[in-house]
Every structure is written in C-alpha cells, then in structure tokens.
Ligand binder design. Structure first.
Ligand SMILES: C/C=C(\C)C(=O)SCCNC(=O)CCNC(=O)[C@H](O)C(C)(C)COP(=O)(O)OP(=O)(O)OC[C@H]1O[C@@H](n2cnc3c(N)ncnc32)[C@H](O)[C@@H]1OP(=O)(O)O
Length: 682
C-alpha cells in the first residue's frame, strides 16, 4: 500500500509494502489513489515518493510473474499506467531513494520529474537476471536520459549502480546528505512552478546511437536500439512484445526460481529448532589462517578485501614468504583490473600479519585451518589451537573430503557458531550453505559422479573435446576435461592413491575395479606420461605453452585412450549426445536425491545454489535438481534405472529411493515439496 500525507505544500507518498516495497497490485492502486488526491488538492504543489523501511522500491513483485499471461497483462493499473499519470502530472513528482531502486522501482523514477538519493542508495535494472527485460518502458526511457552505451551496459548487465555513479550519468539529479525526506521537501520547494516539459523523458530524443550496432544481439539490446530507431510509442510496443515472449520462456522461469532459491538457501535451520531468524551471530573482528597454500592465501585475500585483519600462519618460513607474495600478487592483480584502488590494496597488506608461530593466534576471534588434506596433521593443529586460542574463538576447517566430526566439531556445532559462520560468509561476499558432514560433502560428492562418468565415457569411445563441447553447449562454463587440466591431473591421482593406500590397495594402470566399483585408470596413464594439464602444456588437451590457457584437441590423446582400452579389453563404440549428457548429469542428480534423503542438505534448493557457485552450472537452467524437476522425475528415474542395469558396478547408478517415490507420485510434486515426501507413504 501507499501511505498518503501532507507536509505543507508537499504531498508524500510513502510506499509501505514490507520487506522491500515491491510493486504489488495494492501498491500500484495506492499510487493511483494518491495521485488523484494530490491532483485534486489545490494546496498540494509537489509530490514526493519515498519508501518506508529498508529500501525504496525493489521493482515488480516477482511472484506475480508466475501468473498466467492474461491475468498478468490485465492486472490493472499497470506500471506503465501509473508511470504515465506521474509523467503527465502538472505538479512536480520527486523520487527520494534510499536502499535500492530496482526494476519497476527505477522505471517509476524515470517517469517522475526528479530523482534524489542518499549516497548509499543503488539503482539498476536486474531484470536480465530473471530472464526478462525492463518492460515498463525502461528500455525506452533510460536511453533518453543517459548515453545509449551506458543504458545498454546497465540494462544488459543487470548490475546495481551506486548513487555517485548514477549521479555522474545523470540518472540522479542530486545526492542528499542528512535526512532524506527533509532534504527532499526543501528540494521540492525549489522546483515548484518550474516548467516540467523538459523533465518528461518521453519527449526527449535518444542520446547518440554510436556503438549499438555491434552489441545488439539480445532482446534488451534490440529494445534499447528501438529507442533510437522508433518512436517512443512503437518502441514501447516492441518492448511489450519482447517481454511477453521472454516471461513465458523456460529461462525466465528458471531464473525466477533461482532468485527465490538463493534466498531460501540462506534460511538455515537445525533440528534443535534454532534457525537464521532466531539465532544471533557473534561479532567477528579478527581472524587467523593456518596454511599459506592456494586455499589459505585465497581465503586470506577474501578476508582482507572484506576489511578483516588476518594473521597468516605457516610452519615453514619459505612457504610463508611464498604465500605472502601470492597474496600481494592477487591484490595487485585486483588493482590492475580496477577491482580495487592502490590505497585499498595498501590497507589490505597492512592488515596482513605473517608468522610461523601458532601462538600469534591467541587473541583472534576466528581461525580457519587450510592445510593440506591430512587428518593427523589437522588433528594435531586443532589440539594445539585448543590450548592457544581464547575459549570463545571459532575454529574452522577448510576440507573437501575429511570427516568434519573427526576433526573440529560437526554434530556438536552450536547454533550460535552456525549463525556466526553464515553471517561471516555473507560479510566476506560469499554464499554460505549449511550442510551436514558426509564423505566429500555435497559439491565433491555429486561432482565426483559427473567426473567419473565422463571418464568412463572416454573409455567407451568418446573424446575429451567431444564430451566437453556437449556439456559446454548445455551451459557449463567448462567441460570436465578442461576443468581437470586446469586443476592438475596429478592432484586427483594423488588423492586416489592416498585413498587406496588407506585400504591397503595399490592402484595400477591395470586396475579396473576398486572396492567393488568400476574404476578408470586413464588419468593415471596421463600422469605417468607427465601430461598433468595446463601446467605442463599437455593433459587431456595440448596447450600453446606450459601454463597456457588455450585448450587444443590433441591427436596423441586418441592414441593414449586407444592403447589403454586395447590393453584392458574395453570395447569402444559411438556414444550419442543424449547419453553423454544423461550420464554426466543424471548420475550427479541421482546422488543429489540421496543427499536430500540422508538429510545432508535441508532442501533441494541448497544443492542448486551450490552448483551455480561451485561449478558454474547455468542459473538459467535453475540448477541440477530444478533441471530434473523440469525434465520430469519419471523420465530421470527410468534413465537412472536403465544405466544401473547397464553399469551395475557403479553405485552412483543405484536409484535413490526418494527419486523413485517422487517419480511414482500421481501428480508431479513441486521441488519445494520434495522433502515432505520423505515422511509420507508415497
Ligand atoms: C518487468 C519487470 C519489472 C517491472 C521488475 O521490476 S522485475 C523485478 C526487478 N527487481 C529485482 O529483481 C530486485 C530483486 N530484489 C533484490 O535484488 C533484493 O531483494 C534487494 C536488493 C532489493 C534487497 O536485498 P536484501 O536486503 O538482501 O533482501 P533479500 O534479497 O533477502 O529480500 C528480502 C525478501 O524480499 C523478497 N523480495 C525481494 N525482492 C522482491 C521482489 N521484487 N518481488 C518479490 N519478492 C521480493 C525476497 O525474496 C526476500 O523474501 P524472503 O526470503 O524474506 O521471504
């Protein structure tokens, strides 16, 4: 709703629709009612639109987009109706922005005559992140206000533009210091009686059409181009046509799911009843990191960038110096890529202390252990930390495979600690997902199935570049073999040998089964040939030089695979695109269902979020679990059973019971309800 009040000559429309003042139907109606009052009240000479609570206006209500097209389109008053009324008003309309003015929120500002904001405010058109375009005249009005290149950047990137930058472009008229409402009322008095015609964007010509030809390839860009080529009315009509097309498409559907999935994933809860809403995080001010390798230094950079002082500890002085150099280089690179200023880099380096003595961690609030994957070493470190650190310090471990319960606390972790870590993750700009301990955790456990199947597929007849291309066409940023070359083939081989050693087994090039499971020794063959990936200039591909980035398909690899298969008597065949996609994706998805079944994650959305951030799974596909829900669980289940029959020695093909039960439900169960099936009779 919109609260209406008057302060002298000025009518104030305060948008009051918590939590983020989205433009639901009652808010839109509130604008119409408010405008009617203000227009008919001779005392009112100007109108201020302001948001109540934490933000100005976060745009249209995204939940409305799931409604049928007819209902969506006929839901009056539309944003454009309101916009037209604002623009045509004979009394100046001033938007006073704090928090965020996004999507329809910014569009309303562009229909208004003046725009003021506090310094911390942000504006933007994030619609591309929902698979649509700003369709309440955003693509027609922004290019009439700012240079077309700026409009294209803002619309096609979806980025949030900070108030000072928006002021520079002319999106804002003024940045306000002090009380936003008071200052806006002063501003309103200063513009009463001034001509409004030059402030009505629809009457302005689009600013320069330079540059657009080369980048117009998507609907947003086409639409912005229309602002230059067509009349305002024709441009609007096309914008509406594109919107109707996009909003009914799969990508927009998946992107809207992703928007809410990310927010749902933040809402952690523990069996005790503690959750994100009822548990207060502790205040973390100082941090320590143990281990100056790739992980430790990477984490240090994130903490320093977020403004935390870091004490980096490494037992060996030479490794410590290398680690500090690595941190310096990453920060310098950030400066050269204009991600931070030189001054900021200096502040970060000043906040970094390096030591070879764990005792320097005595007073820190949070310690992250990031040494290599060796349980005894980790346990020894935590024993020492128990004595050294203050009792309230949080002790965290960075591990991808070691059972957290054998290391630091897992099952015993307090709700307060969980709340603090989740909050800390957000503060350092990361997305944190709460998972229970399980072998390889969620990401590596699922991705392991994906990678393993990819390797089996090579043994059966496909080539690395073929498999990679198919998965990249699907939307993954890099296929599994390019990823393997990047990570280093030696790394995965060493881990495999380490695990085998723990079971008193020696892996050789002839090994075809390991602990009752089908096993491929193909990577070990590359390892023995010194083809370790990018770093040696050869791996599953060849590269222009050691450390090179251009993956070139290599004929030699064909021979390596052929010899491997001949020696082991593995028959090769033609493998279809469908089979490659299904085996990589469905094996991981089936494992994902087992992960939900075991309660390792609280909800399927958690898995999808992990896959976007961990592996770059395309958000416009929603994530592996959403993808499965859209493919049809019956189809996924049937194919999992089919592969299980054909590949009985791979436990990742044993069908998940949850998947089976969901696949036999009389009606498709929405992804948000999957968990309920765990406790039902289905
Ligand atoms: C045509 C298309 C038009 C005209 C459009 O306007 S499309 C919508 C464009 N706008 C957006 O995409 C903005 C989306 N929102 C955000 O980016 C952020 O919410 C925020 C920057 C505005 C605030 O961020 P933050 O303070 O971190 O809060 P949350 O993101 O956690 O959001 C709080 C709750 O509000 C729900 N929400 C947010 N925006 C919308 C929206 N536009 N429609 C419906 N609901 C929205 C969000 O899901 C959170 O809900 P809960 O999880 O708490 O239930």
């Amino acid at each position: 709703m919109v609260d209406y009040r008057k302060e002298g000559l000025v009518a104030i429309f305060e948008v009051n629709n918590p939590p983020v003042n989205s433009l639901s139907k009652n808010v839109r109606q509130g604008f119409v009612d408010g405008l009617s009052k203000a227009t008919n009240d001779p005392e009112v000479k100007a109108v201020i639109i302001i948001g109540k609570g934490r933000t100005f206006i976060a745009g249209a209500n995204i939940k409305d987009f799931g409604k049928p097209m007819e209902e969506l389109m006929s839901s009056s008053p539309s944003l454009i109706d309101i916009g037209n009324m604002l623009e045509e008003s004979e009394k100046p309309i001033i938007c006073a922005i704090h928090g965020a003015g996004l999507g329809g929120g910014l569009e309303l500002c562009l229909f208004s005559h003046y725009r003021l904001a506090v310094k911390s405010a942000r504006v933007g058109f994030p619609e591309v992140n929902l698979g649509i375009l700003p369709a309440a005249a955003g693509t027609q009005r922004l290019p009439r206000l700012v240079d077309i290149t700026v409009a294209m950047d803002i619309i096609s990137s979806g980025r949030h533009v900070a108030a000072p930058e928006a002021l520079k472009y002319g999106i804002l008229d003024q940045i306000v210091e002090g009380d936003l409402l008071k200052e806006s009322i002063k501003f309103a008095h200063s513009v009463i009686g001034k001509p409004l015609e030059p402030r009505r964007l629809r009457n302005l010509a689009c600013k320069s059409i330079l540059y657009c030809i080369s980048v117009i390839h998507q609907f947003c860009l086409k639409s912005v181009r229309n602002a230059a080529d067509l009349s305002y009315e024709a441009g609007l009509m096309m914008e509406n046509t594109y919107f109707k097309y996009l909003i009914t498409g799969f990508q927009s559907f998946a992107l809207r799911y992703s928007f809410f999935a990310e927010r749902t994933a933040r809402k952690w809860q523990l069996p005790s009843g503690a959750n994100a809403a009822n548990t207060k995080p502790l205040n973390v001010q100082t941090t320590g990191i143990i281990g100056a390798g790739t992980m430790g230094t990477g984490i240090a950079v994130s903490l320093l960038r977020a403004g935390y002082p870091v004490i980096l500890v490494e037992q060996n002085q030479e490794f410590l110096d290398k680690g500090v150099d690595m941190i310096r280089n990453i920060l310098k690179d950030g400066v050269s890529r204009r991600l931070m200023t030189e001054d900021r880099m200096k502040q970060c380096l000043k906040a970094l202390k390096a030591s070879v003595d764990l005792k320097h961690l005595a007073n820190v609030d949070l310690v992250i252990e990031a040494v290599y994957e060796n349980i005894s070493l980790k346990q020894e470190i935590f024993k020492k930390l128990d004595y050294i650190c203050k009792p309230s310090a949080l002790l965290c471990s960075n591990t991808s495979s070691i059972d957290i319960d054998m290391n630091v606390y897992g099952k015993e972790t307090s709700a307060e600690t969980v709340a603090t870590i989740m909050d800390f993750g957000k503060k350092i700009g990361k997305v944190s997902i709460l998972v229970k301990s399980c072998h390889l955790f969620v990401a590596n456990r699922m991705h392991g199935c994906f990678q393993t199947e990819a390797k089996f597929i090579l043994e059966e007849g496909a080539l690395p570049d073929e498999v990679d291309r198919i998965l990249e066409d699907f939307g993954m940023p890099m296929g599994p073999f390019k990823v393997s070359d990047l990570a280093g083939i030696d790394i995965s081989c060493r881990i495999q040998h380490e695990v085998a050693k723990q079971h008193d087994i020696e892996l050789t090039l002839q090994t075809r089964f390991f602990r009752g499971e089908r096993y491929s020794s193909l990577s070990n063959r590359l390892y023995e040939l010194g083809r370790l990936g990018r770093k040696t200039g050869k791996g599953w591909y060849r590269y222009e030089k050691p450390g090179g980035k251009n993956a070139i398909p290599d004929n030699d690899i064909k021979d390596v695979i052929r010899i491997h298969c001949k020696e082991l008597g593995i028959e090769q065949r033609q493998i279809s695109t469908q089979e490659i996609l299904e085996r990589c994706l469905y094996s991981a998805i089936n494992e994902g269902f087992k992960i939900i079944e075991e309660g390792v994650v609280d909800k399927p959305e958690d898995i999808d979020v992990i896959w976007w951030y961990g592996f770059g799974f395309p958000r416009y596909m929603g994530g592996p679990m959403f993808y499965a829900s859209q493919t049809g669980l019956k189809k996924v289940y049937d194919r999992v059973c089919y592969y299980h029959k054909n590949f009985p020695y791979s436990s990742h093909w044993v069908p998940s019971d949850l998947l089976r039960r969901l696949s036999t439900a009389p009606n498709p169960v929405p992804i948000t309800q999957w968990k309920t099936v765990l406790h039902s009779k289905l």
